[in-house]
Design a protein around this ligand. Structure first.
Ligand code: ATP
Ligand code: MG
Length: 570
């Protein structure tokens, strides 16, 4: 790859620093059991970065006999939608995890959070600030200069209680006032410079409707929700490290029922991949992709539609490991996990992506034979199936060359190849159309070679796949290439400028063997010699559509590595 990439190798048995901390806490009796949570904000679909967090949170709960909650962090009604809430649940289940009865929402706690805000006001630890947002930002100071106290910082408790109640009652417009914690405007940690706890937002919430027009911030909602649910280890990504002192300050100053602790790990980054929800949202709303589940998207819904098995994602996440050091993972590792899984599990079929007709001149007209084909050489229990062979077949256009180089072991005039599971055939002539394009191969076969071996032991190097003209089914095949051309999309400013114009190739007029009419949506099969493919949800009898899950060899990443070829050219 063009950029340095690194994979964290977890130590023995998938151990990592989070698991070490939990083990120590249990041994020392600091916690009685493990409770974690996965806290998505329902403002988009889950992506592979979330899979890392899901596998970690649900994984440690399973390993240590605890439980993991699914909690929607639904504190911003402006961006949150029911569609996202539904898709998140579907995706976590698909990934193989179950929260049981422990489905929660930050919005379940709005009343309690409000009461705790009142508690802080009474304790002189929170105040209503009327400063306009821009001015407030300017007064926060910088990393080298302390912030300036708001002129409203010393309001009386009574005045604060009154104003906060009226904020809740809807007396003020959006942005007119906020509730802030009263901590330290000179703190070296910007998050402690009187952070905002509540803002006014006249917006309907998917769950609480019009009940509220003030909403808690992430910082005020998160730790307190953890405490209510008795979460023991609140595991999040490193950008929240600087929020931890605030997390602890709130837990310390509120009469919460438990004392959760926050731990941070490095987020997953993958080269050539964008995992920012903001940009993924832009790709969807701008029509760059066909939706959140477009198979090019790094979303779980997109990968599922592309045919990526959940087990391959779990294995990928396991191999990446959990650490605190920044790293960018090579997408070849993900591809490897997908191939490894599909190689073991996917049934083999034959499909011809760019068909070229092949006629066996000495095969009797009207005669057909059923040949036995192995379903999966990696798994004898998968058995065999029958494929029909006849006088007219289709083979891959790429498997013929009129003037081949020496090492080309496939079809060319005078050369003999093996048709998979079938017979040895020798190419005699190539029929061309008026423009000189080869439109048909005329061949002969050796009737003594059924099954693909010559009785005289003569060597035939090449084996190619085929479909029979009489019963092959037409199909559209969609080939997906990386969405971005740079390992670090957006590094030069505009991420949209780094989009790969060839991220989708549609091949019409492909031909597949009849057994593929029964393939299940989203379940990948191997088209022999071509890669792994699965039926798209749009696939219909008579109008089959397959998505390429992944090719057999990682030609794309290799080519990109040294030569800097344009993406999508293979
Ligand atoms: P944003 O907060 O900007 O909308 P987000 O990606 O943080 O986006 P959340 O819904 O808040 O989205 O994420 C839920 C959980 O998933 C959080 O605990 C977050 O830390 C974790 N998470 C998000 N992205 C990654 C990633 N790339 N790697 C690991 N964990 C991630
Ligand atoms: Mg977040």
């Amino acid at each position: 790859m063009a950029i340095p990439t690194e994979t964290e190798t977890p130590t023995e048995g998938g151990r990592d620093f989070i698991r070490d901390i939990i083990q120590d806490d249990l041994q020392a009796g600091r916690v009685a059991g493990v409770v974690t949570r996965f806290p998505p904000e329902p403002n988009g679909y889950l992506h592979i970065g979330h899979a890392k967090s899901i596998c970690l949170n649900f994984g440690v709960a399973q390993e240590f006999g605890g439980r993991c909650h699914l909690r929607f962090d639904d504190t911003n009604p402006v961006k949150e939608e029911q569609e996202f809430i539904d898709s998140i649940q579907q995706d976590v289940r698909w990934l193989g995890f179950d929260w049981g009865v422990h489905l929660y929402h930050a919005s379940d706690y709005f009343e309690q959070l409000y009461q705790w805000a009142v508690h802080l006001i009474r304790a002189g630890l929170a105040y209503v600030d009327d400063t306009a947002p821009e001015a407030m930002r300017a007064m926060r100071g910088t990393l080298t200069e302390p912030g300036q106290p708001s002129p409203y910082r010393d309001r009386t408790v009574a005045e604060n209680l009154d104003l906060f109640e009226r904020m809740r009652a809807g007396e003020f417009p959006n942005g007119a006032r906020v509730l802030r914690a009263k901590i330290d405007m000179a703190s070296g940690n910007m998050n402690l410079r009187d952070p905002v706890l509540y803002r006014i937002l006249h917006a309907e919430h998917p769950r609480t409707g019009k009940k509220w027009c003030i909403y808690p911030t992430y910082d005020f909602a998160h730790g307190q929700s953890d405490a209510i649910e008795a979460v023991t280890h609140s595991i999040c990504t490193l950008e929240f490290e600087d929020h931890r002192p605030l997390y602890d300050w709130l837990i310390e100053h509120l009469p919460v029922p438990a004392r959760p602790r926050q731990y941070e790990f490095a987020r997953l980054n993958i080269a050539y991949t964008v995992l920012s929800k903001r940009i993924l949202t832009q790709l969807v709303s701008g029509g760059t992709v066909r939706g959140w589940d477009d198979p090019r998207m790094p979303t779980l819904a997109g990968m599922r539609r592309r045919g990526v098995p959940a087990a391959a994602l779990r294995e990928f996440v396991r191999r990446v490991g959990v650490a605190r050091a920044y790293s960018v993972v090579d997408p070849a590792l993900l591809d490897h996990c997908i191939r490894e899984h599909l190689n073991a599990a996917a049934p083999r079929r034959m499909g011809v992506l760019r068909p070229l007709k092949l006629v066996i001149e000495n095969w009797p007209e009207g005669h057909t034979e059923e040949l036995e084909a192995v379903n999966n050489p990696e798994d004898p229990s998968a058995g065999t199936r029958l494929v029909r062979f006849g006088r007219e077949l289709f083979v891959e256009r790429d498997d013929f060359m009129e003037n081949p180089p020496n090492k080309f072991y496939r079809l060319s005039p005078g050369r003999e190849v093996r048709l998979r599971y079938g017979y040895l055939v020798t190419c005699r002539t190539a029929v061309k159309d008026a423009s000189g394009e080869v439109v048909e191969l005329r061949c002969t076969y050796d009737p003594a070679t059924r099954g693909g071996n010559a009785p005289d032991g003569r060597k035939v190097q090449g084996t190619i796949h085929w479909v029979s003209a009489a019963d092959a089914l037409p199909a559209e095949v969609r080939i997906y290439n990386p969405l971005f051309t740079r390992p670090d999309p957006g590094a030069e400013g505009d991420v949209m400028a780094d989009l790969n114009p060839n991220s989708l190739e549609v091949l019409a007029g492909c031909l597949v063997e009849p057994a593929l009419a029964r393939a299940a949506t989203g379940e990948a099969v191997q088209f022999e010699r071509q890669g792994y493919f699965c039926p798209d949800p749009e696939s219909r009898p008579g109008a089959l559509v397959f998505n390429r899950t992944i090719g057999l060899r990682d030609s794309w990443a290799k080519e990109q590595g040294g030569k800097g070829k344009p993406a999508g050219k293979r």
